[in-house]
Design a protein around this ligand. Structure first.
Ligand code: SAM
Length: 230
């Protein structure tokens, strides 16, 4: 039984995908996709031995080793250029996902879509997309088992002249701001409460970090603004 989070991600893969799932752990996502689409093919990448082993066993269990290659390695290093058309990187922080993209960007030749599912710090990924001709085409915020997840979908469009994105849009996501669903509101209400507490603590420190406080206060103001009419 695939989690709703991983199921939502699969909605953004095309039919008959040729994709890589980086940080695949049990390889649940590629197995699910390949079991539902007989023409789907995937590479499951894992850096750590335990999860790599689990992914390998899962693929064997479902007799999918002819269509899912499980490889051990760091980020996109498991790929050859032009081997995958879509990339999924899910269940990690936005900083790690951004580093994986940055460190492996020469492996993105032939990739037309990246689906990223950060647990936090989605803004770094949006900025990386913008700087590397991956144009956001959809976003989602969802809640599962009391946790909030963001899903970002970006398509490679090097010829498109994109409009400027503001810091506020990077923070919340331009699509999310236009369509504030329940999970979006709940997530950011939660963050607003936390942010208020953290700012109060920071101000009480013996040597307050004024720059960080100003950054957090800016974010708090955005949060109040965005949640004002909800
Ligand atoms: N993608 C799955 C999901 O969303 O349910 C698993 C998420 S799990 C929390 C993160 C996985 O990423 C772990 O199995 C970890 O070993 C792997 N990982 C972390 N850094 C990695 C990297 N640089 N390259 C490949 N895998 C990595």
């Amino acid at each position: 039984q695939l989690s709703n989070r991983l199921k939502s991600i699969t909605n953004y893969l095309p039919e008959q995908p040729l994709f890589a799932d980086i940080g695949s752990d049990h390889a649940y996502l590629p197995c699910y996709v390949c079991l539902h689409d007989s023409k789907a093919r995937a590479i499951a990448g894992e850096i750590n031995q335990g999860p790599y082993q689990r992914a390998y066993e899962q693929v064997e269990k479902w007799n999918l080793s002819d269509r899912i290659h499980v490889r051990q390695g760091d980020g996109l290093s498991v790929l050859e250029p032009n081997e995958a058309e879509q990339i999924v990187i899910a269940g990690m922080g936005g900083t790690l996902i951004t580093n994986i993209l940055e460190n492996g960007k020469e492996k993105l030749a032939g990739v037309n879509r990246i689906i990223a599912q950060p647990n936090i710090n989605a803004r770094y990924i949006r900025k990386w997309f913008h700087a590397h001709s991956f144009v956001l085409s959809a976003e989602e915020v969802m809640e599962e088992d009391g946790r909030f997840y963001e899903i970002l979908i970006a398509d490679y469009q090097p010829d498109l002249v994109t409009k400027e994105i503001t810091e506020k849009e990077y923070y919340f996501g331009p699509f999310n701001l236009q369509d504030k669903n329940q999970a979006f509101i709940k997530k950011w209400e939660h963050v607003l409460e936390r942010k208020k507490q953290i700012i109060a603590q920071m101000k009480n420190a013996s040597q307050p970090d004024e720059e960080k406080i100003a950054e957090f206060e800016q974010q708090m103001n955005w949060l109040k603004e965005v949640l004002k009419n909800e």
